[in-house]
Design a protein around this ligand. Sequence first.
Ligand code: MEV
Length: 334
Amino acid sequence: MLVEATAPGKMILYGEHSVVYRGPAVVLAIDRRANVYAKKRTDKKIFIDADNLGFSGYFEDNVYHAVRGNAWRGRNLAALNVSAKKTMEYLGVEGGVNLKVRSMIPIAVGLGSSAAICVATVSAVEKLHEGGLKKEEISNVAFEGETIIHGKPSGVDNNVSTFGGVMSYERDVGFKHHKLTKEIPFIIGNTRKKRSTKRMVENVAALKERNPAIMDNFIDAMGNVAREGLDALLKIDLSRMGDLMDLNHGLLSGIGVSTMKLEILCHTARKNGALGAKLTGAGGGGCMIALSEEVYMSDIERAIRRRKSDAYRVSLTDQGVKSRWIEDDEIADS
Ligand code: MEV
């Protein structure tokens, strides 16, 4: 028997970067998930099999030994090791574990893949030891893994991946869960350019250091957009949501986290009928999102693909992290 844990990716609808300082940000769990399978080992190695990401290997005393393929972005690997170890430490148990990672969330493009993998790892390892952790505890332990990758993350990614649904987060207020009365599908446009969230956050911090007063205005403006955006989202006021996405994108361009390709994709989406479009996540490449009425959705997807980018529709999901015991042969692609 082994444990399967699954956790969703996310998209930030409003408030990335400003949430690192104050917020709020409005974050939505999406129906693309990361699965982690865990099995106990008799030694203390943390073995990670992520063949569909191009590598497998193990950590012994926090040193990585490659078995197959190139090491997948060093910090991401270390984050899995830390997530597994911190979980055992938290539970007061010792041991090794085989982790198999299968993710449908594209990596390093702003859709929360690393948080989802950390959350699923914590959940799988705690279930393996029948730890009975609450969701909040899973999210907090996963945050320690996330910190390895992102430096000083705001915590929105691991929280929304753990709890699912729609969340807002503001520094002095904390997390709030929200319920939507209607499904809203979005289009994601992926520039296919991977980038580091840590580096993008550092770039913004440096710009803020050089221009503190102006940057404060930008951060406040993004916070106001996110506050109004949340109101529009909860009222399912699509045209106001679209305006606020465009405004948020303009502010993100202003603080230097957009790219030529992201600009092109946002303009392409708007020109083809989108009510609004913006980059999502840390920027510097990665993904943009577009909101549209159903009638224009296929046109927008096709137009984005013509720009040598991926385009897909995503639905939101209320399903946060889940884990269960399964038989060894139940892993789809093992
Ligand atoms: C997170 O996906 C994007 C940023 O807001 C950083 C963070 O919240 O930790 C840029």
